[in-house]
Design a protein around this ligand. Structure first.
Ligand SMILES: [Zn+2]
Length: 232
């Protein structure tokens, strides 16, 4: 199983609160213990992941997006992937929306106004200081777009042209959505994928890597600029 964090600029949007929101929240796997009313919560929505090829040539299959949205239902929303902290919000419901010719899961998320930092979070979102969303998910196989094999085993290199075909890989066997995070633009160096498990190192075979300290932790990431220059 591979674990990846995938970041991209998001579109945070106001969404009219409806009675359906509250019924979806009540239907979450671990529903709120208290009965929430309209006036108790803030609700927004955001593009969290889509079927465009990402900065490291990974891509969700369009046919998997509905399942990805279902897996996001009930997942916690964090700031900056800080899994030691309490979630600031929770994803629920949502839809598949199109943007620039691609499809994106666009879950809604809510947070309680009674939380002491609820207003700070709302201001960060609504004034556009938080501009990127990042999804942490697990999947089974990075499948080569050229030959269908596990890209760690085949001869093809992601990002390389084979005839008129750009080699990328599919996130096949998406298994879990661990959380979604809101991040400040540029706060994750090498925006794209940060591989956080040893297994995932092989996904980015043959690429120059850099070690980055972020939030007190060390991450290994692909040097995107270096890589792009060398392949053009
Ligand atoms: Zn291949």
């Amino acid at each position: 199983m591979l674990l990846q964090n995938l970041s991209h600029p998001t579109s945070l949007q106001n969404t009219p609160q409806t009675e359906q929101d509250l019924s979806e929240i009540r239907a979450l796997p671990n529903p709120p213990l208290v009965e929430l009313k309209d006036e108790d919560i803030h609700v927004r929505r955001c593009r969290l992941a889509g079927d465009a090829i990402d900065g490291h040539f990974g891509c969700f299959r369009t046919s998997d997006l509905e399942r990805l949205l279902q897996l996001t239902h009930g997942a916690p929303a964090l700031i900056g992937h800080d899994r030691q902290s309490i979630a600031v919000a929770r994803f629920f419901g949502g839809s598949i929306e199109t943007h620039n010719g691609h499809h994106y899961i666009t879950p809604k998320f809510f947070w309680p106004k009674a939380h002491s930092q609820a207003e700070d979070f709302r201001v960060l979102l609504d004034t556009g200081l938080i501009t990127e969303a990042s999804i942490a998910f697990t999947f089974k196989k990075p499948a080569c777009s050229i030959c269908g094999c596990d890209i760690r085993d085949c001869e093809h290199e992601p990002g390389t042209m084979y005839g008129k075909q750009l080699c990328h890989y599919w996130y096949d066997g998406v298994d879990r959505v661990l959380e979604g995070s809101f991040v400040y633009r540029g706060s994750e160096p090498g925006t794209g994928i940060l591989a956080t498990m040893a297994d995932a190192r092989d996904v980015i075979k043959g690429r120059k890597r850099v070690t980055i300290r972020f939030g007190g932790k060390l991450y290994e990431a692909v040097a995107i600029e270096e890589n792009m220059k060398s392949e053009i």
